[in-house]
Design a protein around this ligand. Structure first.
Ligand code: NAD
Length: 366
């Protein structure tokens, strides 16, 4: 059974590519990456996994039933790890239809095709099969100044992105309860690490700090997020797949709650250390009008997940962020390869409709 591949959707994206690299290069497991290569998907992010004999790539849209069916028939996976999504909050405020297609219809279509495939599989394959649905802490909505999300937190989405991710979680759970599909759900906090889409907070801040350009931070930068290194998340997802219980939810966080101002300040300091000409770069931080509906704070309590899966974050935020900044500085070539393929992350002002007018902020969001 272990010869059958794991199918990773969204495997050419930020977290998906970290997961594929981990599975193929560190665990020696066969993987099929399924990705539509939207503005956020890049084959170079797969690194050496892309050319490994253990790896196959399928360019397919998870919202296209015929494409998904053909991929499942061709590769007969033992598990599906579903990460494909439109994940850019600013892009999705400007163009929410992509959320409905990729996150809602995509998850529905994948669940339908996975259920057909699973029902038609022989008994030993059926019992081993898992559908791991990857979600975000954004589905839980905003926290006040205290407290944290746990596996019991209900979905209270505030952004169109979080609403689409909540819909997909509800579909995944419903497919387990109604059709018995062996589903596991995970929710994770903000992530950082190499190969992140160029419109997100960490790569934007590094790029602008290097170029000595203004670094936009929403409002006063007071929004708090819990940060986890993407490689720690990849290990957590594999732990959930291998040791998680069907029907359960697991939540991953790094225990590193920082405000956006603190994160960008730390990035400025790390860039200063690598390129002293231009220091201090904290002076480049420019506060811009807040994103509409911006949630003030997210934090995760992963204690239950850690106890059940034997998982914990290995990298401290400070060490991981310094390594990440050094990676972006050393890999400007990767950044230029993927730049220019982005979506429109210029933010609309409150009450404005896509196509009517454009606000001033850029995507200083994780
Ligand atoms: P990403 O935007 O970097 O990558 C998404 C990938 O999905 C891209 O490669 C894209 O081409 C692909 N994709 C999009 N729509 C598709 C479709 N219809 N069919 C096939 N492929 C499609 O996103 P990410 O940051 O790697 O996030 C991956 C998953 O993890 C998402 O489901 C996201 O909601 C979730 N998540 C992200 C974070 C974070 O901090 N980035 C935190 C928690 C959860």
């Amino acid at each position: 059974m272990r010869d059958a591949p794991i199918l990773v959707t969204g495997g050419a994206g930020f977290i998906g590519s970290a997961l594929v690299r981990h599975l193929v290069l560190e665990r020696g497991l066969p993987v099929v990456t399924v990705d539509a290569l939207t503005h956020a998907g890049h084959i170079p992010s797969l690194g050496e996994a892309a050319t490994s004999p253990l790896h196959a790539f399928e360019r397919a849209d998870v919202a296209n039933a015929a494409q998904v069916e053909a991929v499942l028939r061709r590769h007969r996976p033992r598990a599906i790890m579903h990460l494909a999504a439109e994940s850019h909050v600013d892009c999705s405020i400007n163009g929410p239809a992509a959320l409905v297609h990729n996150n809602v219809v995509g998850t529905f279509t994948l669940l339908e095709q996975a259920t057909r495939y699973w029902n038609a599989s022989p008994p030993e394959r059926r019992s081993a099969f898992r559908f791991l649905h990857v979600s975000t802490d954004e589905v839980f909505g905003a926290l006040d100044d205290t407290g944290s999300f746990s596996l019991e937190s209900p979905c209270r989405p505030s952004s169109p992105y979080a609403a689409s991710k909540s819909a997909s979680v509800h579909f995944a759970r419903a497919w387990h309860h109604t059709y018995d599909l062996p589903v596991i759900v995970t929710n994770c906090s903000n992530q950082y690490g190499p190969y992140q889409s160029q419109g997100k907070l960490v790569p934007v801040a590094v790029r602008k700090a290097l170029a000595l350009e203004a670094i936009p931070v929403y409002e006063s930068g007071r929004q708090g997020r819990d940060w986890l290194h993407v490689d720690d998340h990849a290990r957590g997802l594999v732990a959930a797949l291998e040791r998680g219980r069907v029907g359960r939810t697991y939540v991953f966080g790094g225990g590193a709650e920082r405000t956006n101002q603190e994160v960008v300040s730390a990035i400025c300091d790390a860039v200063d250390a690598l390129a002293p000409a231009g220091a201090p770069r904290r002076s480049l931080i420019t506060h811009v009008t807040d994103r509409p509906g911006h949630d003030s704070r997210y934090a995760i309590d992963p204690s239950h997940t850690s106890a059940e899966l034997g998982w914990s974050a290995r990298r401290s935020f400070e060490e991981g962020l310094r390594e990440t900044v050094a990676w972006y500085v050393a890999n400007e070539r990767w950044a230029t390869q993927v730049l220019g393929e982005g979506c429109d992350s210029r933010r609309l002002g409150p009450g404005m409709h896509p196509g009517v007018g454009v606000g001033v902020g850029v995507g200083a969001a994780a």
